[in-house]
Write a protein that binds this ligand. Structure first.
Ligand SMILES: N[C@@H](CCC(=O)OP(=O)(O)O)C(=O)O
Length: 427
């Protein structure tokens, strides 16, 4: 007799971000060992169920502060970097101790933007993380604060966690913090503040970002969480805000999201505002009936950007801007997209080298002069990696490609940026 087919439960790639205040007590600066232990227990359980788990852990600077007996973060960058190098070792030792009790191997990955500046390097980082996950190891990521000066900083671990989640095509990113979810207003001061449970378009949000506004020891707050959520959503990663003191919620929330009952009309971007409000209420009832903890869920885009485009948009730092006209914008964003030609460039901002990344802005030409119409607002539309320097582009802007050689004395490419090196978040 044929064996009955048993459906294996679905497994996911889950990135869990923990801020400094989840790891270090804000007053005593001692490690929050009980809290970390509960996180460890939960994540090991999830790992054993077959999920692939990555932690993005802050806390190096906070742990370093305690170690040398300082009470507040110094202003001098080199001092902060020194503290991070003291603290990071102890932080990872702490995680390793706790995970070792449950026989779980971890790995440390310290990143700066410099490490992913090159497409091959970005792919290398992704491959390494995937290799570790295939070996059932939990990678623990942090910014390499000791080496990261302003130019190569991610800046906050909310952003780093979103970039990590996008890089490894994670299913879920949990931003664990000091509030259970987003509210329409500060619930501590406004009793009418309502929880925001499902978000499909961050630009339509009207929230008080002071709830969960960052601790005295970290760098992020609710604003950086929203930026990170938007970034992760563009890569198709569903992002969840929840409390770090209840890590057990992760499993309940993942199960809930997967439940059929949640197939909502909200995922349709045209849903009118009043329907969205009704949906928030229905969702609230849903959570109560199913005994699911409150949380805010940002739905990952079903039309996620491709890996290379994600890297261009979020992995690279922008060194200036190129202002393009509407004709160029349409050509660059159509289905069979073109490369950026000098003729579509109205102007540039800043100074940058060849192969650096710049922001693309949409501007308007003055009808008479053909120059930039300064009365029109510029709109950021995408990013590009350029084939020419800013001074070269300022000489060839508005020209036909066959005129490049006459003006510059050489023509390395007919394009300012090749189509492969262009990315638009909404196309
Ligand atoms: N990388 C730094 C933390 C940076 C950061 O974003 O902190 P937090 O706002 O607590 O997540 C550290 O390990 O101290």
């Amino acid at each position: 007799m044929a064996k009955p087919k048993i459906n294996k439960p679905q497994t996911y790639t889950i990135v869990v971000k923990l801020g400094s205040s989840s790891i270090v007590d804000e007053i005593t600066r001692e490690p929050r060992i009980a809290n970390m232990s509960r996180i460890v227990e939960t994540l090991v359980k999830l790992r054993r169920q077959g999920h692939r788990i990555v932690i993005v852990s802050s806390g190096a600077i906070a742990v370093g502060l305690k170690r040398v007996g300082l009470t507040s973060k110094p202003k001098k960058l080199s001092k902060v970097q020194a503290l991070a190098s003291i603290g990071q070792g102890r932080l990872i030792a702490l995680w390793d101790d706790l995970f070792t009790h449950l026989n779980q191997t971890i790995a440390q990955i310290l990143l700066t933007r410099n490490d992913i500046i090159d497409w091959t390097q970005f792919q290398n980082a992704k491959n390494t993380m995937n290799e570790l996950l295939d070996m059932n190891i939990i990678p623990i990521v942090n910014e390499n604060d000791t080496l990261s000066v302003q130019e190569i900083r991610f800046g906050d671990n909310d952003t780093l966690s979103a970039i990590t989640a996008g890089m490894i095509n994670a299913d879920y990113l949990f931003l664990l913090t000091d509030v259970e979810c987003l509210y329409t207003d500060n619930p501590r001061t406004n009793p009418n503040a309502k929880p925001i449970l499902v978000v499909e378009d961050i630009s339509s949000l009207n929230v008080d970002t002071s709830s969960g506004s960052g601790s005295g020891i970290g760098t992020g707050g609710m604003t950086t969480k929203l930026i990170a959520a938007e970034l992760a959503m563009s890569a198709g990663v569903t992002t969840i805000i929840n409390k770090s003191t209840t890590p057990e919620n992760i499993m309940k929330i993942v199960k809930h999201i997967q439940s059929e009952s949640l197939k909502s009309d909200l995922e349709n971007h045209d849903t009118p505002k009043n329907l969205r409000e009704i949906h928030q209420m229905t969702e609230l009832q849903n959570l109560k009936i199913n005994d699911v903890p409150l949380h805010t869920r940002f739905i990952g885009d079903s039309q996620k950007v491709k890996d290379k485009q994600f890297w261009l948009l979020h992995g690279l730092k922008s060194y200036g801007s190129i202002i393009i006209d509407i004709g160029a914008y349409n050509a660059l964003t159509r289905k069979n997209k073109a490369g950026l030609l000098p003729v579509g460039v109205i102007d540039i901002e800043g100074s940058f080298h060849e192969a650096q990344c710049v922001t693309l802005k949409l501007g308007k030409r003055d009808k008479k002069t053909g120059k930039l119409d300064m009365s029109e607002k510029l709109v950021e539309v995408g990013k590009a990696r350029v084939n020419y320097t800013s001074s070269e582009i300022s000489k060839i802007k508005g020209l036909q490609s066959n005129e490049i050689e006459k003006v510059l004395g050489y023509a390395d490419s007919e394009y300012i940026a090749h189509r492969e090196n262009l990315a638009f978040p909404h196309h």
